[in-house]
Design a protein around this ligand. Structure first.
Ligand code: ADP
Ligand code: ZN
Length: 716
């Protein structure tokens, strides 16, 4: 027997299939769709079995399949076809599409660590005067860096590699090894909820309609989750299965708790923070038909469920549904494709759908269902504070108005949420003597000061140096940290209000289950103020929050991206959605230097339609989505000249090959010119139909240019 195996042996090479002999010991277990290891040249490579046949060519000298990576896991016919569709429409190699569909580690490569259920936590030895130790060991930078991190929080040992071992040996740092619970941890919310008539009618409308695509457009707090749950109960009745996508599981523990509370272990949950072993376990439950529903982020759309009756995509505006690395798929497109295959309904849900989604719903491409009222019946009241006036009074961070409201909330023992979408302490480091600005040596980006780890770090490539107030250029003691990040805001608030402040950003939530822990802590009332980046804008439900302050929304508005207005509208209205969900009336304060901007003006009126019309007009004039699709081509190289030269060549090539219905713009330098030591240029193509374009780009993709990387991103 012969297996035709799709293998990958270089990054660029597309779709190479070779025949291998199946050895006797694998004959009974091998299946089409299995991931296998085969010899190639002098090495072993991974591959997928695309066909099994008996057409042996006696004149050929076949090599043998080496092993199957978990024969019970295989891509079924639907997923194999889906991969081909992805590969064609995204211009990426087929094997990358198949790789993304299966859990990364299958048993063969997991053998060594599938039973690994232990983790080691490290923390400071409280009996040692750490500051004294640091003072005495100043020269040992690595140690100091670790100790400074540990001064802030307990950490997992693996975060420090081997460099922590010496500190453990010296008893400065203590360690504790404990078993990790392989059972996916999540809370359960088992309330009995009576649906409102608005929810009832939305559910009926979806169940009674023959349409396949829906947009459930419901303001924040309108009870969309309960609508999803009723729809899923119905799916269960019909003995079918369902997928629920959420932007990021760790950010939405309360939704997951609700699903768990209703459906128990009929649900498999896919977290980004699951260990490979846990993912493997959940995957096996699906393969064995033990679950009816899968809840998860982006890649859960590939769950190998059979007989799918419903796919739900919550917060469908979220950019997390599009993968940024190859294959650059959008799980919403995949959902439609799978929906077609299974003849199932696909429901998108959002309070702030993307313009193109709302436009499609208005045109009838999606069946539009509205939930116009909040369950609580309350909308927060809004106020815009003009920071131009405040800065004259030297209030740069907290305006008089916000100060007044925070004090009021705190005195009533209510809680406050403040959004600041920049993590770190300061956001900019510059020498007040010579003007030097600390920049990342690998990226064209200024470094950010992190007080907790006492370091300057690059948020793009992870570069990190120990902080110092001495300017590396003029050697004066004059480095000033400018700009405001969440860490600085946290410490300002703690001093100003003499209260406990909880900070939630990528830095405080990097360890397993940290999100859940922080959310539960805030919920329990241990803290009165929560400061956070955009990760606090979604899915949180706190009864005692009466005030939301938005500290610097202008930063988000000025990001050079055609979606920045839309994203800012979403960020603000989602964050505002955190108050007034229960009995307390809510207040939202927006601090801005552009008080008249249409984004803010419409957010405060809660007028998405008016924002939509305004923004559509701009998109129309500038020929952006939804009027045109956009393909972005990124040309990068470690040589600036080469990247630039190649970009011009590509532009000429596209101009020659594409007719005037395509608009080719660029090349221009990217908004971040240098990233990870690569110089970057962009070409943008606006198009309405991709048939011709895909052919042209395929040719472009196949051209191998030495030392230059060409990265195509369709339909951004
Ligand atoms: P959305 O996703 O639309 O923002 P949620 O589904 O999170 O809203 O619902 C907001 C809050 O209202 C949640 O605490 C939810 O449990 C509650 N809720 C939803 N439906 C009802 C109902 N019919 N009766 C009482 N409370 C409800
Ligand atoms: Zn960098």
């Amino acid at each position: 027997m012969i297996a035709s195996v799709l293998i990958q042996y270089s990054v660029k090479s597309l779709n190479k299939v070779f025949d291998y002999l199946i050895p006797d010991n694998l004959k009974d277990s091998i299946k089409v769709g299995n991931k296998v290891i085969v010899p190639f040249g002098s090495s072993k490579v991974e591959g997928f079995v695309l066909n099994i046949h008996n057409n042996l060519d006696e004149s050929l000298d076949y090599r043998e399949v080496i092993e199957i990576q978990e024969s019970d896991f295989y891509l079924n016919d639907e997923l194999l076809k889906l991969g081909k569709y992805m590969s064609n429409s995204l211009l990426c190699n087929l094997i990358s599409c198949y790789q993304v569909m299966l859990p990364k580690a299958l048993k063969a490569s997991l053998k060594t660590n599938i039973n690994r259920k232990y983790e080691t936590k490290v923390y400071l030895n409280k009996e040692i005067d750490i500051d004294k130790y640091i003072e005495e060991h100043k020269r040992n930078k690595k140690e100091i860096e670790i100790l400074n991190i540990l001064k802030e929080k307990e950490c997992l040992k693996k975060e420090f590699g081997s460099s922590i071992n010496r500190l453990i040996e010296k008893n400065i740092v203590l360690s504790e090894t404990y078993e990790i619970n392989r059972e996916v941890q999540s809370d359960e919310d088992t309330r009995n909820i009576r649906l409102t008539s608005m929810q009832e009618s939305a559910i009926k409308e979806i169940l009674n309609s023959k349409d396949s695509k829906y947009l459930l457009y419901g303001v924040t707090g309108s009870g969309k989750t309960e609508v999803y749950i009723e729809l899923l109960k119905n799916v269960l009745k019909e003995n079918k299965t369902g997928i629920v996508l959420v932007p990021e599981i760790s950010l939405t523990p309360q939704i997951v708790a609700r699903f768990k509370g209703v459906f128990g272990d009929k649900i498999a949950v896919f977290h980004s923070s699951l260990s490979e072993g846990e993912k493997y376990d959940e995957y096996r439950r699906i393969m064995n038909n033990e679950v009816s529903f899968v809840v998860g982020a982006r890649s859960a759309i590939f769950a190998p469920l059979k007989n799918i009756g419903l796919i739900i995509i919550d917060e469908c505006q979220s950019s997390t549904y599009k993968q940024e690395s190859t294959p650059k798929y959008n799980s919403i497109d995949i959902a439609f494709k799978r929906g077609e295959y299974h003849n199932s309904k696909v429901v998108l849900g959002s309070a702030t759908p993307l313009l193109e989604q709302y436009a499609r719903a208005k045109k009838g491409v999606f069946h539009l269902i509205k939930l116009g009222n909040r369950i609580s019946g309350r909308f927060p009241s809004f106020e815009i504070v003009d920071m131009n006036k405040e800065s004259k009074k030297h209030n740069y961070i907290i305006s008089e108005k916000l100060d007044l409201e925070i004090s009021g909330s705190l005195s009533r023992k209510e809680q406050v949420i403040l959004l600041l979408n920049r993590r770190g302490y300061s956001t900019f480091l510059s020498c007040s003597n010579c003007g030097y600005v600390y920049k990342c040596p690998n990226c064209d980006i200024s470094l950010i000061y992190h007080k907790s780890s006492n370091s300057y770090s690059c948020h793009y490539c992870g570069y990190r140096v120990t902080s110092s107030s001495i300017c590396p250029k003029c050697h004066e003691n004059a480095i000033k940290d400018l700009g405001l990040g969440t860490e600085k805001l946290e410490s300002i608030l703690e001093k100003k209000y003499n209260t406990k402040v909880l900070r939630m950003d990528a830095d405080t939530t990097s360890t397993k289950n940290a999100h859940r822990k922080l959310i539960n802590e805030f919920s329990s009332g241990k803290y009165s103020i929560l400061v956070g980046t955009q990760m606090i804008s979604k899915g949180l439900n706190f009864e005692n929050v009466s005030l939301v302050g938005i500290i610097n929304p202008d930063a988000s508005l000025s990001i050079p991206d055609f979606r920045s207005s839309e994203r800012t509208y979403e960020l603000l209205s989602q964050t505002a959605g955190r108050v007034g969900r229960f009995d307390l009336p809510g207040k939202v304060i927006i601090q801005t230097y552009n008080p008249n901007n249409y984004v803010y003006q419409n957010v405060i009126k809660n007028d998405f339609d008016s924002f939509f019309n305004y923004e559509m007009n701009i998109r129309h004039k500038l020929m952006y989505p939804p009027y045109f699709y956009i393909c972005s081509i990124l040309i990068s190289s470690s040589s600036f000249e080469q990247a630039s030269k190649e970009s011009i060549k590509i532009k000429d090539y596209l101009d020659k090959k594409l007719d005037s219905s395509y608009i080719v713009l660029g090349p221009s330098v990217s908004s971040i010119v240098k990233l990870n030591n690569k110089y970057r240029f962009n070409i943008m193509i606006k198009y309405k139909d991709d048939t011709k374009l895909l052919c042209v780009l395929k040719e472009l993709n196949d051209m191998n240019v030495k030392d230059v990387n060409i990265d195509i991103n369709m339909n951004i």
